[in-house]
Design a protein around this ligand. Sequence first.
Ligand SMILES: Cc1cc2nc3c(=O)[nH]c(=O)nc-3n(C[C@H](O)[C@H](O)[C@H](O)COP(=O)(O)O)c2cc1C
Length: 205
Amino acid sequence: MKVLIVNGSPHTDGSVSVALKEVENALNQEGIDTEVIQIGRLAIRSCVACKSCYKTGKCAIDDIVNEAAPKFEECDGLVVGAPVYYAAANPTLTAFLTRLFYSTRFDKRMKVGAAVCSARRGGITASFDELNKFFTISGMPIASGQYWNGIHGNSAEDAKKDLEGLQMMRTLGKNMAFLIKSIALGKKEYGLPEKEEPIRTNFIN
Ligand SMILES: Cc1cc2nc3c(=O)[nH]c(=O)nc-3n(C[C@H](O)[C@H](O)[C@H](O)COP(=O)(O)O)c2cc1C
């Protein structure tokens, strides 16, 4: 069982990484493998709505998004970590997730999702809500911790002092591992839920 961890921060050793490391250690202790990808310093465009992915199943902008897609397809869970910029998840991460989720056609149902945010002071819950929407539109259950997964810090040193934040991340990792294992058992016993043909009603009338 494997979890893909996407660090959206431009800092490999910043506050987001402190939080993600705590989640990762807890997952590993529970026997779940992890892979971290660092995307925050890459020049990642957002979706240009060319819709060529409808035909190809991959993004026309051939970059880290297409590299990450097979890793996402193979994993049992996805953790995304964002620094908060103007009370929202940082745009490099949301550009990456927008294209990753939109361009891929594989079934994401029952892959477990978790979002983690870091801020100096405010905007964690707004960013957390924003990120969770990628999971809930895709049939992905969300693993939760013991609060709204956030750590406070303007640097790694600050973040390491947020003992409640660190505990929240450990709890999240343990809960996520439990959920992934439970879903694996459930899939074996019951299979995935039956899927209807999607109905799309656009609100124009
Ligand atoms: C462009 C920019 C906007 C920011 N906006 C906010 C904000 O709205 N609220 C906040 O508390 N911190 C804000 N910060 C601070 C970062 O969220 C905070 O330092 C974060 O923990 C950085 O994580 P990192 O060390 O992993 O990069 C902002 C930082 C930058 C660079």
